[in-house]
Design a protein around this ligand. Structure first.
Ligand SMILES: C[S@@+](CC[C@H](N)C(=O)[O-])C[C@H]1O[C@@H](n2cnc3c(N)ncnc32)[C@H](O)[C@@H]1O
Length: 304
């Protein structure tokens, strides 16, 4: 069965691809959203698809082969999208999609180490040429530093307790062992989610420097958008979504001076309008078909 990417129809509807447009999929993955953009922008629309995962680049290149030179797939971080665009001789682009986080394909490849249900190494790198792996954090970082990332990046309220257990149980060699240690030390909280979800999320975000990447890409994405072009972002946890929400709010305001400042001294001008104040969420039907979509939030901004 063909895998349909999260919020597929909404992404295509919001990007409004047209025949001579140029688009960037900064997280091309298996090429699902990209394929929809290329179909909707035929016969001449162009798409630059980026991913830092070599395997994803291979999969997307094969998925999008039928579009010939209209699809350009490169192994690169989305943070470098401005350089990629100028290397192609493109001036501005008409739409950008970022579907943040990890793909189902990555989650279900046990050797990538993303899943607490599958026995695998403590890896968790999107880009396997990078040095830092989850193993280094879990087995070598000081307890307070582990506690800090679990709290800040996983929003884990039992971060110190887990950090202590991890340090006491070293060496930790696999994903399943890690999940078991977290399960053993945690006081039971909400049912429904696996107890190690937040720990795995925090480690993955730290390994891949996901927060820094989002902070760095947002202004670059707006810079290379043509007037009327849209930036469409799907976030999967509140930390990412909050960053996107605040950035969109800030860049849609004409002045950022504090309320008590009577005349503007900052000179800031709005460069986008927010297309939706509240994020678009998947329907119950989509969540039933793809349970992983349940936390997705889609925000859209349009360049003025
Ligand atoms: C949720 S998946 C995208 C799925 C894709 N929309 C599709 O239709 O198949 C996220 C992808 O982003 C990639 N990724 C994560 N961080 C990245 C970065 N800094 N630059 C480029 N790609 C990145 C991951 O490797 C993964 O393939």
């Amino acid at each position: 069965m063909q895998h349909i990417p999260v919020l597929y129809k909404e992404v295509i509807r919001c990007l409004k691809p047209y025949a001579s447009g140029k688009y960037i999929d900064g997280t091309v993955g298996s090429g699902g959203h990209a394929k929809g953009i290329l179909q909707a922008s035929g016969p001449n629309g162009m798409l630059l698809g980026l991913d830092i995962d070599t395997h994803a680049v291979k999969v997307a290149s094969s998925t999008l082969k039928t579009f010939g030179e209209r699809a350009i797939i490169k192994k690169s971080s989305y943070v470098e999208m401005d350089k990629c665009v100028s290397n192609l001789g493109w001036h501005k682009v008409d739409g950008i999609i970022l579907d943040l986080g990890l793909s189902s394909e990555q989650l279900y490849q046990s050797q990538r180490g993303f899943s607490f249900n599958l026995e695998g190494p403590l890896d968790m790198r999107f880009d396997t040429t990078e040095e830092l792996m989850a193993d280094e954090i879990v087995n070598n970082w000081p307890e307070h530093q582990i506690g800090k990332i679990l709290y800040e990046l996983g929003e884990e309220t039992q971060s110190n307790r887990i950090a202590r257990a991890l340090v006491n149980e070293r060496p930790i060699e696999s994903t399943v062992q890690l999940a078991q240690i977290v399960a053993n030390c945690k006081r039971r909280s909400k049912v429904g989610r696996h107890v190690a979800t937040k720990t795995f999320q925090a480690l993955r975000i730290a390994v891949n420097k996901e927060i820094d990447n989002i902070i760095n890409v947002l202004p670059k994405a707006l810079e290379i958008l043509a007037p009327g072009g849209r930036l469409v972002i799907i976030a999967f946890h509140s930390l990412e979504d909050r960053l996107v929400k605040r950035f969109f709010r800030q860049e849609s305001q004409d002045c950022l001076c504090p309320a008590e400042q009577i005349t503007c001294v900052c000179g800031h001008h709005a460069i986008i309008t927010r297309v939706n104040r509240r994020p678009i969420r998947p329907t119950n039907r989509e969540i039933t078909i793809n349970r992983r979509s349940r936390s997705a939030r889609l925000r859209i901004a349009e360049k003025i």
